[in-house]
Design a binder for this molecule. Structure first.
Ligand code: NAP
Length: 468
């Protein structure tokens, strides 16, 4: 596939091969863009800010509905591309596309309700004779950078709100999985003024600085790892930033919990997309008097997870994104085993596949649970009571989401108050998100919120108007 700059599809001699992690076959190539390409895309986006500002909200919304219609017709084709380039089971890729279409529709709706407010000027000294109100205006050029794991949904969570607020976009997908998102932006480009959406491909280390430091860029909206997010924050200078970063979500199971429901939540949250989910269940913090029952049931369910060909509709779990990712998970698991954790099932790697794995007797200071392990691993940490559970939950630098299983409302309320995370879910695993809710982490998990309404708001500036 090609890059999209100012409405034209651009190729380059130097290319990057995009591989299927299931069989290592090359699916397609994308151009290996560089800082010059980033500059061209930013100039095109800057030029297009005029046409986007002048477009009426009614027309813009109509265009977004038209894009939705065309993407809907390509639903199956794009879902298959997601599975081919990421190794995600086709069942989950179809859901990703459903959610992406829904996100786009929400943004099309939101584009018609961007309101300012009336200010009661006479409530302040000197304001007696003045009328005052605010208007929400576009920021200008928005850079959207996305990771490999939900290549369409995470991209559309940035691009659609940016467009809804009449901004222009320079989008950079992950080089590991750029194809489905490029297909989407190609379709968008056909409906929008030239340059309103641009998509460039290439290693972040090569073209990233140009994107995030340019004075012509008014906002960077980034989803990815903490390390990349921090480096962007240090370089970005005077522009708006949204950072949706890594997670290390705990699921707390107390002794009054519905254990079967908690086990289902744990399995759903730990192995979805082979554990490569920012809000995947990364730590199971279980009260010790129910830990034996919980782990026994967890192992039983884990062994039922069917791994295999992502294109097979029966497959529950595919490979990791590449062999390096699988080796990283293997090393973290081995490190925990050497330090005293106990392997209950799984634990083996074969190429890009890592078996769904349950470890017991995991300690809070082990690397496996201090860092974000991006793989299909369920580490069980045994605790005495709720206080210890909350302390363990808060013991990492992350704070994206957290789940608590309990039937006791007082304990649930205490957990909500004391857990440091962007969302706390009661009797539900943290691996849950609707596309309209405010979503975004605390601590090192990020800054700002996505979720269509909140993202659109953040894609605007407020101008105050006073009539004296
Ligand atoms: P990553 O390595 O940080 O890459 C994310 C994106 O940043 C890619 O497009 C990458 O490009 C680009 N990039 C790399 N270096 C850059 C630089 N110097 N300047 C600008 N851009 C740069 O993350 P990943 O491995 O793809 O994704 C996994 C991570 O994302 C996990 O930590 C996960 O938790 C997090 N995540 C967070 C959320 C959330 O909503 N909080 C959602 C999903 C994933 P190239 O890879 O092409 O070089």
């Amino acid at each position: 596939m090609k890059m999209l700059i100012e409405g034209k599809l651009i190729d380059k001699n130097k290319k990057i091969a995009v591989k299927n992690p299931f069989n290592n076959e090359i699916i397609d190539y994308v151009p290996s863009g560089d800082a010059e390409d980033a500059k061209k895309a930013i100039s095109a986006a800057t030029k297009a800010t005029k046409s986007m500002k002048e477009i009426s909200s009614r027309k813009l919304s109509r265009i977004m509905y038209d894009i939705h219609q065309e993407l809907k017709e390509k639903h199956q084709e794009i879902s298959k591309l997601i599975s081919l380039e990421t190794g995600k089971p086709i069942r989950d890729s179809l859901i990703e596309m459903d959610r992406s279409l829904q996100t786009l529709l929400m943004a099309a709706e939101e584009s018609k309700r961007i309101y300012g407010e009336t200010i009661p000027m006479d409530a302040a000294i000197a304001g007696k004779t003045a009328f005052g109100f605010t208007i929400k205006i576009p920021l200008g050029v928005v850079v959207a950078i996305s990771p490999f794991n939900y290549p369409v949904n995470l991209a559309i969570h940035k691009i659609a709100p940016a467009l809804a607020a009449k901004n222009t976009v320079v989008f950079k997908p992950s080089t590991k999985a750029p194809l489905a998102a490029l297909k989407m932006t190609e379709i968008m480009g056909r409906h929008l003024p030239d340059g309103a959406v641009n998509a460039i491909t290439g290693p972040g280390g090569v073209l990233g600085d140009q994107l995030v430091t340019s004075d012509q860029v008014n906002k960077v909206s980034f989803t990815g790892s903490v390390a990349t997010g921090l480096s962007i924050a240090r370089k970005a200078g005077m522009k708006k930033l949204t950072l949706e970063l890594g997670g290390n979500d705990p699921l707390i199971v107390l002794d009054d919990a519905d254990i079967d429901a908690a086990v289902l939540g744990a399995v759903g949250g730990s192995y979805l997309n082979a554990g490569q989910v920012c809000i995947g269940v990364k730590r199971l913090i279980v009260q010790e008097n129910v830990a034996d029952e919980f782990t026994e049931k967890l192992v039983y369910r884990t062994q039922k997870v069917k791994t295999g060909d992502p294109l097979d509709p029966e497959t529950d779990m595919g490979p990791l994104i590449d062999e390096e990712a699988a080796i990283n998970v293997e090393q973290s698991v081995n490190d925990a085993l050497q330090k005293g954790a106990q392997l209950l099932c799984g634990g083996k790697r074969e190429g890009t596949f890592f078996q769904p794995t349950v470890l017991d007797q995991v300690q809070v200071d082990m690397e496996l649970v201090q860092k974000e392990t991006f793989g299909p691993v369920s580490p069980v940490i045994r605790v005495k009571n709720l206080d210890e559970a909350i302390k363990a939950a808060n013991s990492t630098p992350y704070g994206l989401q957290a789940g608590v299983f309990t039937q006791n409302i007082a304990k649930a309320k205490k957990a909500v108050r004391e857990i440091e995370a962007g969302s706390v879910l009661i009797n539900k695993q943290p691996t849950f998100r609707t596309d309209n809710m405010p979503f975004g982490g605390f601590k090192m998990s990020g800054m700002g919120k996505e979720g269509v309404k909140y993202a659109v708001e953040d894609m605007t500036r407020t101008k105050m108007v006073i009539i004296g």
